[in-house]
Ligand binder design. Structure first.
Ligand SMILES: *[C@@H]1O[C@H](CO)[C@@H](O)[C@H](O)[C@H]1NC(C)=O
Ligand SMILES: *[C@@H]1O[C@H](CO)[C@@H](O)[C@H](O)[C@H]1NC(C)=O
Ligand SMILES: *[C@@H]1O[C@H](CO)[C@@H](O)[C@H](O)[C@H]1NC(C)=O
Ligand SMILES: *[C@@H]1O[C@H](CO)[C@@H](O)[C@H](O)[C@H]1NC(C)=O
Ligand SMILES: *[C@@H]1O[C@H](CO)[C@@H](O)[C@H](O)[C@H]1NC(C)=O
Ligand SMILES: *[C@@H]1O[C@H](CO)[C@@H](O)[C@H](O)[C@H]1NC(C)=O
Ligand SMILES: *[C@@H]1O[C@H](CO)[C@@H](O)[C@H](O)[C@H]1NC(C)=O
Length: 504
């Protein structure tokens, strides 16, 4: 499936001020609002991924010559500097004017490196050297990232506005070599090599701190660029089935409030083979509804135009007609059953089987009102008599069928089930004389309930995919409906075995 709500994940991001030059906005029919808890969920996921991608981090070696009184120049080296763990105790995400700000604070990190030094001085004319391993504990580390998100060419563009890493304290413990000597004797005797080690720690702490801060910052910026290129590759449509796809092109710049991020996509069904194009001129007052009172991570609002666009695509693709040759009460598909009700039919075609050609004559009109969703379909039912090899249409009955029902969530699909509300019949033409519609009302009702609706419900049960990125699944979803809009309020779970960075 697919990724329009990739954003969910990437929500590092934000809307900046609309770019007047290109921000030509369009009407979106599906809108997703990621709430504070949704942003926090995405942030946690990102922080986790960021740490995974950082560790282990190998930094460039550091070499330095330090002048030490009484000794002279000492060559010092820190090699194989490896960041082996980061522990983030708390992190926050906050939409702000300049972008979404993610801050990880109170973090700790562990590093290790190989230390070595060498010198020769006038005091001791041979070269002195020593080496060992060092362990570094970083405390009070803070990492901040501010990102902006804009719409560009129908997809989203992510940019790092600011990124910084700051460390409060660095404790370096030397191990190996003559370091044992240095540990306890620091203050008292300070033999020359202790002095050197002291200088080592003193001279390198700052360097290592800056190197680690820079490396973390650079890695995070690289990670953000990776996310940005993923966003650029997001498809602009999601295939639904052989004939239709959902246009998930972003139509507005992301909208940021102080606690949420809103993304608007076109959201209309389009034909897979692009043969048909259609336009909607729609009233649409407000699309994005939040799930009042419900602390869900995500709300997806769908205008009824989405469902109507599907209706148009399936109609134009010629899928809304059926030949019916089997019904529960099969005898009704033989002229003999109509001997008394429609005498001419039996007289002309005695004891012949019949089939029904059901054909929807215009795209069914779908509507959404408070608590309910429904549709009106206009159908022609042509009665065809099978007489040997001949198929003779004998009458055509026009029907207006009203159905309504409820929408459900099945996985990440929006599905539904409808029941029959009402129908009307009128005789369009007949070669077997005029007959009154009340004669066949009962039979048609049985037919609609036992053949037509089960068929429709079978299709509706599969539903169509909501634009949710791979790896995420809706959880505890509720559906609210209001005038012309349906809102899916849901939490999300993420399947950790799917890599955010590889699979699109
Ligand atoms: C560098 O340090 C890492 C982590 O301590 C260690 O696994 C690795 O073997 C070291 N590499 C070399 C070349 O010493
Ligand atoms: C816009 O996106 C389309 C694909 O959807 C691509 O073919 C085109 O090159 C892009 N245009 C720009 C300016 O990036
Ligand atoms: C999808 O929607 C966008 C925005 O309205 C539109 O520019 C684009 O042509 C649509 N794509 C298709 C295939 O209809
Ligand atoms: C967000 O903004 C609304 C008004 O736009 C305000 O009522 C609310 O207190 C703000 N919330 C926070 C957490 O700043
Ligand atoms: C069924 O009816 C439709 C519309 O009335 C017609 O276009 C179609 O050809 C008919 N199909 C058959 C097999 O008679
Ligand atoms: C069925 O649909 C028709 C056409 O929209 C409408 O006039 C009629 O009132 C509807 N009937 C019910 C019971 O909703
Ligand atoms: C997570 O994804 C893996 C690989 O696609 C799949 O095998 C597994 O069943 C998924 N787990 C859940 C809980 O959906």
């Amino acid at each position: 499936m697919a990724p329009a709500l990739l954003l969910l994940v990437l929500v590092l991001s934000v809307s900046s001020a609309p770019d007047a030059s290109v921000a030509q906005s369009d009407i979106g029919y599906i809108s997703a609002v990621i709430s504070e808890s949704g942003l926090a969920f995405a942030k946690d996921l990102l922080v986790e991924r960021a740490i995974d991608s950082l560790i282990p981090l190998r930094l460039h070696d550091i070499e330095k010559s330090v002048h030490i009184p009484l000794i002279g120049w000492v060559h010092m080296r820190a090699a194989n500097i490896t960041l082996s763990s980061i522990d983030v105790s708390s992190s926050t995400v906050k939409p702000g004017e300049s972008g979404i700000v993610i801050v990880a604070s109170g973090a700790t990190a562990s590093l290790s490196f190989d230390w070595s030094y060498s010198y020769s001085s006038w005091l001791i004319p041979i070269e002195i050297s020593d080496k060992g391993r060092a362990f570094v504990q970083v405390e009070g580390m803070e990492v901040g990232l501010t990102m902006t998100m804009d719409r560009k060419n129908g997809t989203l563009e992510l940019a790092v506005a600011q990124c910084g890493c700051y460390m409060e304290n660095l404790v370096i413990t030397l191990d190996g070599g003559a370091s044992w000597f240095y540990q306890g004797y620091m203050n008292k005797h300070k033999p020359i090599f202790c002095h050197v080690l002291f200088q080592f720690v003193y001279a390198f702490a700052n360097h290592i701190q800056i190197a680690v801060e820079d490396a973390i910052t650079q890695k995070i910026v690289e990670g953000a660029q990776k996310l940005d290129s993923l966003l650029q590759t997001l498809p602009k449509k999601i295939d639904v089935d052989k004939v239709s796809a959902l246009n998930v092109t972003f139509v507005n710049d992301p909208i940021l409030t102080n606690s949420s991020l809103e993304l608007d996509i076109k959201g209309l069904f389009i034909s897979s083979d692009k043969t048909y194009a259609h336009n909607y001129l729609h009233k649409m007052s407000k699309l994005s509804y939040t799930c009042y009172g419900e602390q869900k991570m995500l709300s997806i609002s769908l205008d009824e135009a989405v469902l109507n666009s599907a209706s148009v695509i399936y109609f134009q693709a010629g899928l809304l007609h059926w030949m019916v040759d089997k019904i529960p009460q099969q005898s009704l598909l033989n002229t003999a059953s109509w001997k008394y009700l429609i005498p001419q039919l039996y007289k002309k075609y005695p004891n012949d089987d019949m089939v029904l050609n059901m054909s929807v004559t215009s795209p069914p009109d779908v509507w959404i009102i408070s608590q309910k969703l429904g549709a009106v379909a206009f159908l022609d039912m042509t009665v065809i008599v099978l007489d040997g090899d001949a198929r003779t249409p004998v009458a055509c009955i026009s029907m207006v069928v009203n159905v309504s029902g409820a929408v459900t969530i099945s996985g990440n699909n929006l599905a539904g089930q409808v029941g029959l509300d009402d129908f009307t019949l009128s005789l369009k033409w007949s070669d077997v004389g005029k007959f009154h519609m009340s004669l066949i009302q009962g039979v048609v009702r049985v037919f609609l309930n036992t053949v037509f609706l089960p068929y429709v419900n079978l299709q509706l049960r599969q539903g169509f995919p909501l634009p949710i990125i791979k790896g995420f699944t809706l959880q505890n979803a509720n559906i609210l409906t209001t005038s012309s809009v349906m809102v899916v309020c849901s939490d999300l779970v993420f399947n950790k075995s799917i890599s955010l960075f590889s699979s699109f």
